[in-house]
Design a protein around this ligand. Structure first.
Ligand SMILES: [Mn+2]
Length: 327
């Protein structure tokens, strides 16, 4: 068991003392942002509180089948009167894509390195494999029973944020919490099917089209992928369907870094970078005005695609060999 940290006690006190809450998380939400928000929302509702969840973008389609997800308010401003805003999974308030949250008493709960401590209460734990692990601790400290619905959202968040129990961020505590979720009635096979086996055919065909055009550098260590509007339309998919595609090359043993160019408009590309182990792609993204984590980052670049691809492959080659990122 963990000891209850002073931040958790502060949060519990703040939640008990207030009645109306607005919850938010980062734009383009993922499993952890959705699961953390809804686990918190259901826990507060169990205490008789009023809760509104506001996100700038809708949840990925497979997550729409989870309880409460269709009821999330999609908006870019936090309209209404609330006693506090609970922000999860965000390094700063801007990451929400929702304006007006700063009007309220802000409670900031996050596990991303570089959190700016923007709240009146800040609880940051880089050791948590998912933000929902932190939400679990809050729910327990609130003495709210772990309902199947709350447990489902916590488990969903951990499953997705660990890359299906794949990343080095996991701890024994992660599995303690998952065990508690299963004892609360979560069916892990069913959650996995809902998350991973509920995509549309257009997504699979788009994956095929993009992977078919994948380029591998001469060393066999770097994969370069791209997608444009035309390919997407032809496959019957959407840009949202490319979520996770950049990770696919890393399933090959020798490939240790992957870069994915997504055409925005004309010569402008959204670039996603992924790597294995100690290879730091965050430094590369930062050199181009972007950011993220060591193994997952992104930036936006403008230029001719083949030149951008050559440049980024060279940067990745440097990162693999431990040379610093340089423009
Ligand atoms: Mn997370």
């Amino acid at each position: 068991m963990t000891t209850t940290s002073p931040e958790i006690l502060q949060i519990v006190e703040a939640l008990c003392a207030r009645r109306r809450f607005v919850l938010s998380s980062h734009s383009r939400p993922d499993g952890d942002s959705i699961g953390s928000q809804l686990a918190m929302a259901y826990a507060l509702q169990a205490m008789g509180k009023e809760v509104t969840v506001v996100n700038a973008d809708p949840a990925p389609p497979p997550l729409m089948a989870f309880p409460g997800v269709p009821e999330i308010r999609i908006a870019t401003s936090a309209d209404g009167d609330f006693d506090a805003a609970i922000i999860m999974e965000c390094g700063d308030l801007k990451r929400t894509g929702v304006t007006g949250l700063e009007r309220f008493f802000v409670i900031n709960i996050d596990h991303h390195p570089g959190n700016t401590g923007f709240g009146q209460i800040n609880w940051f734990n880089a050791g948590a494999a998912a933000c929902a692990e932190m939400v679990y601790e809050v729910v327990r400290a609130l003495d709210v029973p772990l309902s199947k619905t709350i447990a489902t959202h916590i488990y969903l968040a951990i499953l997705t944020d660990t890359g299906s129990f794949h990343y080095s961020s996991m701890s024994a505590r992660t599995f303690d919490i998952c065990r508690e979720c299963l004892e609360a009635g979560v069916d892990p096979a069913q959650v996995a099917r809902m998350v991973f086996d509920s995509n549309n055919l257009g997504r699979l065909k788009l994956f095929g089209a993009v992977l078919n055009l994948m380029q591998i550098d001469p060393s066999g260590r770097i994969a370069t992928l791209h997608v444009d509007h035309e390919m997407t339309l032809a496959a019957g998919g959407t840009y949202e369907d490319t979520e996770g595609l950049v990770n696919m090359p890393l399933t090959v043993k020798n490939i240790v870094a992957s870069v994915f160019f997504k055409q925005e408009q004309g010569n402008e590309y959204r670039v996603s970078l992924r790597s294995k182990g100690d290879i730091d792609v965050n430094a590369i993204a930062k050199a181009y005005g972007g950011g993220g984590h060591k193994n997952a980052s992104g930036c936006t670049l403008t230029g001719a695609l083949d030149e951008l691809q050559t440049t980024l492959a060279r940067q990745l080659d440097g990162a693999i060999d431990g040379r610093p990122a340089r423009r």
